[in-house]
Design a protein around this ligand. Structure first.
Ligand code: UDP
Length: 431
């Protein structure tokens, strides 16, 4: 595990997790405060010159959805957890910052969707979700198209009004690409897209957007990326096929706060540059949700990531683009999409209750040090490297690797909840 020479910085407790003194009791002959929900304090605040440290069952590194969910489940099983996060806030990438009374998805748009009723009921038991349905619009050189590819898109693209006409058009459009395959499976994103929806949709709605998003030619990307987009012969602009979707009422911080209620959390603490890197002093087990290559001090080299950056601004209008998500699918604009955050939580006329709005342009770039890693790059080089790290991870005693960074795998939110739920189905499963 990575060593450090930096000294430990004092920790801060976040918002609602600030300790509340409820009574005073005598420890080692002197009065010491007892804090609600923070049992460690009894041990840490002694008069001994050598500091006694509290042993937790779990030290959880990272307070994103995986870490928060793990802490929640462990607490339910009667385990004691300490959650640390190197950022100044909890919640990882689902964290929202309030600007002009609007919850701004600081690390990119997060839309919760799932087919799993148990997961849906669970998250709703923490905080009720609203009825937000993701219906992004694509802007190609000023012309708008509905997404995902459905009868509305085909009408806008070709003027076709029935599924039969649309199918005929798609068949014509994809004929050349299908013939070129000579019976074999599509081997890259370009072949996959062309044989799925044909030339026009590929050129106007896929090609340049994908090149912007991945910084690579469509021919050099795996076919599976595009397979997750539905193609529908009905007039249905719902981006997801899942039965349930929505946004927590009051924003994602409510979900994280609910999961971490009464659990000790420390923000602004970098695992590697704090006393906690010697975690065995503090806990029986470690749940590590940081980057797997960093944990092993990049022994096998650094893993690559794609990352997104945002330019966020306040607009002096109540309704800027009329939709939460507008994708810009041509190279004319350097950004991939523009998010208008209020539309995740305000609907219909309510949008006008707030005379201002907050919009974020999203830019996709190659990851360099100091940036936030977002999407794992699952090409051959990275897949080979990560396998070696996974082998090392298996040998780490009492360490659980979790989350997108720890597993080097792209996850939506619901599968993370599902993963932790199934991992910790009952107390005996706790490692
Ligand atoms: N995609 C596209 N045009 C769009 C939206 C998506 O070509 O307007 C392609 C693009 O290659 C992208 C993939 O579909 O990487 C998956 O899109 P998704 O919306 O799932 O990406 P995410 O929101 O996860 O970044």
């Amino acid at each position: 595990m990575r060593r450090t020479t930096k000294s430990f910085t004092p920790v801060l407790l976040h918002g609602k997790f600030k300790q509340t003194k409820v009574k005073t009791k005598i420890i080692n002959g002197s009065p010491a405060p007892v804090y609600k929900g923070v049992e460690t304090i009894d041990c840490l605040r002694t008069n001994n010159t050598t500091k006694q440290t509290m042993k937790y069952d779990y030290l959880i590194v990272g307070s994103g959805l995986y870490g928060a969910m793990f802490a929640y489940k462990a607490k339910q099983a009667g385990k004691k957890c300490l959650v640390i996060d190197k950022r100044k806030h909890l919640g990882g990438n689902v964290y929202c910052e309030e600007i002009e009374g609007i919850n701004v998805h600081k690390y990119g748009a997060h839309i919760f969707h799932t087919n799993n009723k148990e997961v849906w009921d669970f998250v709703n038991s923490i905080v009720p979700f609203n009825r937000y349905t993701n219906c992004p619009v694509a802007n190609y050189k000023g012309k708008l198209f509905n997404l995902p590819f459905n009868m509305n898109t085909f009408y806008q693209m070709w003027g076709v009004t029935t599924p039969e006409e649309a199918q005929q058009k798609i068949d014509e459009q994809k004929a050349e690409a299908v013939a070129a395959l000579k019976g074999r499976e599509p081997q890259n994103l370009e072949e996959q897209a062309l044989t799925l929806v044909g030339k026009d949709v590929f050129e106007k709605l896929i090609k340049e957007y994908t090149e912007k998003q991945w910084g690579r030619k469509c021919k050099d990307l795996p076919a599976f990326i595009i397979k997750r987009l539905p193609v529908r012969m009905v007039f249905d602009n719902n981006y997801f096929n899942d039965k349930y979707q929505g946004i927590p009422i009051g924003g994602y911080n409510k979900l994280i706060d609910g999961l971490l209620e009464d659990i000790e959390c420390k923000t602004d603490v970098d695992f590697f540059n704090s006393e906690y890197h010697e975690w065995r002093k503090y806990a029986d087990k470690l749940v590590y949700t940081g980057a797997i290559d960093e944990y092993f001090d990049y022994t096998f080299g650094k893993l690559d990531w794609r990352t997104v950056t945002f330019k966020t601004r306040i607009e002096d209008t109540a309704n800027y683009q009329g939709n939460a998500v507008v994708n810009y699918t041509s190279h004319n604009e350097p950004y991939t999409r523009v998010i208008e955050h209020k539309h995740f939580e305000m609907f219909g006329q309510d949008v006008y209750d707030n005379p201002k709005t907050v919009v974020s342009e999203e830019y996709s770039t190659e990851y360099t040090e100091g940036m936030e890693p977002y999407y794992p790059v699952n090409d051959e080089r990275n897949n080979t490297i990560v396998e070696k790290y996974r082998e090392l991870a298996k040998q780490e005693k009492n360490v659980i690797f979790g989350g997108r960074l720890g597993l080097y795998k792209y996850f939506d939110m619901a599968p993370i909840i599902e993963l932790v739920m199934s991992k910790l189905k009952n107390e005996h499963d706790l490692l």
